[in-house]
Design a protein around this ligand. Structure first.
Ligand code: PHE
Length: 350
């Protein structure tokens, strides 16, 4: 029994020394096999139990099992030590904490959204409410109620995507005029931003899907100067004091009188010609102006349609193209840029 104990002691000491010498996982594994493996040193000692007297065997078994448990703990600790040492080594060689961090490009608010938000904020500051409408509307709201009966040639100006005989993707945000006036009594003061759709050929100034901001003010004693004042103020807000704005007589079935609102062409800066195309600026067609949208005094027929008395109430309305506002504001030379998610372009405008 004492002989077995001293042999065990010897094995344990050599085991400890071997573990100390092992400096990688492979070496540790060889130590494990040599000492704790099926044909390892401990097994040899264990076999010697058979030479002991019967009454000594249980104590000898326990001695060996305790020694094995201690050796396994030692081995486990050595493995963990190795692992943390190799992690530290990896950190030291592959991670340079002074290296500059990777810059993740930050997104920005899209210019179309920004203009919608700023336009709405301008009107909200003046007491207007923001209303949002559907993008699919019956022809009644898009046309009939806006004084454009079925056979009216103005329908062709709104070349539309029809969904059925009576439903269409709205070609303008003006249906919101009708919906708001049908739901509320005057005074009315709203802005209605949103998407619009027209079967237009796409070019530097036209998209088939675009955004408008609609505005409507109806109360007693409203006249054209109120409209001019508010829209001039909006343009000042969006473009600054320098940018020119002009009101040009025009025609819409739902306003009388009507105007179109123009601002200085962002490409030729109002000159109408470019060095590159002396025949005429291809952005504004040589006029030096680009159109932002339409406006006018709400037609009496429209007021009647929603049950307002045109002798008592008057109002103005306008609808501006948001991408058009974007062209002028950011001096962009092609409206299609607003539809491409080019991060370089968007970052410049943010
Ligand atoms: N709805 C018209 C358009 O899209 C613009 C407009 C709105 C004109 C309101 C007058 C009044 O062309």
């Amino acid at each position: 029994m004492t002989e077995l104990a001293s042999r065990l002691d010897d094995v344990a000491q050599r085991f400890d020394a071997a573990v100390d010498r092992a400096n990688d996982e492979q070496a540790l594994e060889s130590v494990r096999v040599a000492y704790l493996g099926r044909n390892g040193e401990v097994t040899t000692v264990r076999r010697a139990i058979g030479t002991l007297a019967h009454n000594e065997r249980p104590a000898a078994g326990k001695l060996i099992n305790d020694a094995v448990a201690a050796m396994e703990r030692r081995l486990q600790a050595a493995y963990e030590e190795l692992e943390s040492r190799s992690f530290d080594a990896e950190l030291a060689t592959s991670i340079d904490v002074t290296f500059p961090s990777i810059r993740r490009p930050a997104g920005s608010i899209h210019p179309v959204r920004r203009i919608i938000e700023e336009s709405c904020a301008y009107f909200v500051r003046h007491g207007f409410a923001v209303v949002i409408g559907a993008e699919v509307e019956p022809d009644y709201y898009n046309f009939d109620a806006l004084n454009i009966p079925n056979d009216h040639p103005a329908r062709e100006g709104f070349d539309s995507f029809w969904i059925s005989d009576t439903l269409l993707l709205r070609p303008h945000t003006s249906p919101m005029q009708i919906r708001t006036m049908q739901e509320h009594r005057p005074p009315i003061a709203i802005v209605a931003p949103g998407k619009c759709f027209r079967r237009d050929a796409v070019d530097a100034r036209h998209l088939f899907q675009f955004h408008q901001v609609e505005g409507l003010l109806v109360a007693e004693g409203i006249h054209f100067a109120h409209l001019k004042g508010m829209l001039t103020g909006l343009c000042r807000e969006l473009f600054g004091e320098q940018q020119n704005v002009r009101f040009r007589p025009s025609y819409f079935p739902f306003t009388e009188p009507s105007a179109e609102v123009d601002t200085t062409c962002p490409k030729c800066k109002g000159a109408g010609t470019l060095k590159s195309s002396p025949m005429g600026c291809n952005m504004c067609g040589g006029s030096g102006w680009i159109e932002l949208g339409g406006a006018g005094m709400v037609h009496p027929n429209v007021l009647r349609e929603v049950g307002y008395d045109p002798d008592r109430y008057s109002g103005w309305a306008f609808g501006f193209g948001v991408e058009r506002l974007g062209l002028a504001r950011y001096e962009v030379d092609d409206i299609r840029r607003f539809t491409k998610s080019d991060p370089g372009f968007l970052a410049q405008l943010s």
